[in-house]
Design a protein. Sequence first.
Length: 374
Amino acid sequence: MSKGLQSGSIANLDAAQEVVLAAVNAAEKMAGQTIESVIVNLSGGRPESETHTVELPLGSRPIGNLEIRKLNDQKEALLRQAGDELIHTVPLGFRLDGASTMNDPRGMYGSTLGLDLHFVRTQTAPLRNLDTLLGRCHLAIEETVVTPLASGLSALTPDQRDLGATVIDMGAGTTSVAVFNGGQVIYTASIPVGGAHVTRDIAYGLNTSLNHAERMKTLHGSALTSPSDDQEILAVPIIGDEDENNFNHVPRSMLINIIKPRLEETFELIRDQLEEHGLTQIGGRSIVLTGGASQLNAIADLANQMFERPASVAHPHGVTGLAEATAGPAFSACAGLLLRAVEQGNDPLSEAMASIHQSGGRWGRLGAWFKENF
């Protein structure tokens, strides 16, 4: 877990600044460039999803550029009202007379044209602390991305994002979830429980240090028990004992019986949120686990049991040239931020607006305006 962070939020500005400066200096030396702005992921702040629909009454003529612009203006007005806590706005698709329609409805007839919007809000304090931290490091924030969205961009295939999938990013201090459908993220949430809590449970339950607990979790831990666990005996260093050769000896089953309840609790909390928001079916048939804490043995099998859907652990893809040390699930969010930095706007409203801006020069747009209004 990075210094200065706790449950995905900044807990110590000085310690976090030290880590960020070290990372930036190393990146600048490798790239041979000065870094002035960054795209960052946010794990804390309790992100909340909201869905809004803006609507526009239609006349007797077909939908044209004017109607698309008016919907975009309504969206911008809604953003101005939303305040600083809004960090994502994702246009999900157009609606014609209440029914979902194609990405670009221009040329079609109807009574009402609507646009579904997915908002992601978060608490103000974590955002301000993040901005303060990076300001102290002389960095500007280009964009803030919630962690499960970033992870989903690299851990899910385009088909999974289109047909529906649920990605669960299991970090040290938080576990976050994003539901994708139709190529877009339609829901995000986060709970303040992660791999560090499992480590603390082990340290407390076996009376050992956090370092030894983390080592035991990594080397011997599992999300599920097996028949041989009672026969495998582990040597556990006793916390505070000056004699380095003094150990407790416990069966591996004891370690796993400490780990499993915390993971079951984590998956239950995520499952309850998905059910509460009616996303069990929309989230597709697959559960995709990623993040550093997802590397525990048999964790996909436990998720399969808890969600009653196929589950797998995903590595980041879509970014070539990753070193072996940075190609594991722990780096899915980082890879997703790289993809976010280079991806083009592919939501239906952005594509329609881009088409409008590209359709002719100034006189062409003026002629189109007269055509639409007279």
